[in-house]
Design a protein around this ligand. Sequence first.
Ligand SMILES: [Zn+2]
Length: 287
Amino acid sequence: MRERGFAVTEEEVADAVDALDEAGVLLRAGSDAELPAPTRRRHESNLRFYDLFADLGRTSADIHRAVEAADVLLLGAGGLGSGVLQALLGLGVGRVRLVDFDTVEEKNLARQFTYGQDDIGRPKVHAARDWATRYSPATTVDQICARVSDVESIRRLGRGASVVVCAIDSPDGIQLLVNEACFDLGVPYVTGGLQYSSLFYWSVGPGVSACRLCLELHRDDEARATPERANPTVLLTAGRVNRATGPIAQLLAGHVALEALRYVTRTDPPVAAATYHAIHLADDMRT
Ligand SMILES: [Zn+2]
């Protein structure tokens, strides 16, 4: 600036840099070099995404390292869970504890892209781990072939996890069980699903946001106070018809994985904390 005839002091420049950093428009040049070359190559687009949230104090490399350090408990390797697994490996999450008790069926191949024709009849956790091993050796996938049906087992599985993703819809009341376990552990959780013709997802940050129980109590209060409005619990019990095509499952998995990423990196606040997000498939994708 001096060369161009502006009279500025170093103090003024430092103040300007602080102001620009506060506005979130500065990155620390060359900070990618902190990462090994293969990591930079593989995660180039991830790093450029993190640039949107990085500043002089926290670089995109720092954010990537937070992802590498993450340990995700993923309940379910079905329509939602297998898509979330793919997203997590693409991001380079360090560890995934994958829990499922199902075997691969032919109908799964419409939307569960971690499985192929040869996997039919195999336990999903084994087939998913095989996919993961081929896709990226950087993520450790623990295969846990189990049915989750009580708070204690979820608590045990979730101890030390960075975030829990609940991608199962049975047994009935599973959300309240996961809610209770995650509250005890202080671990955030993210979940989603398809109800009738709407995708939904939401999350809970224990001690920060309202929890699932709060949501249900509030919904009951609201239903009593405003009987003219459609009661969402009617939809929740409307039967389980599976309309999740591949694109729909991918869309939902993307939203859920992004929300999990927000908890892991703390780059920007979770968008669905105690907030029911719905995407209406039969209504112009209205949200
Ligand atoms: Zn609550």
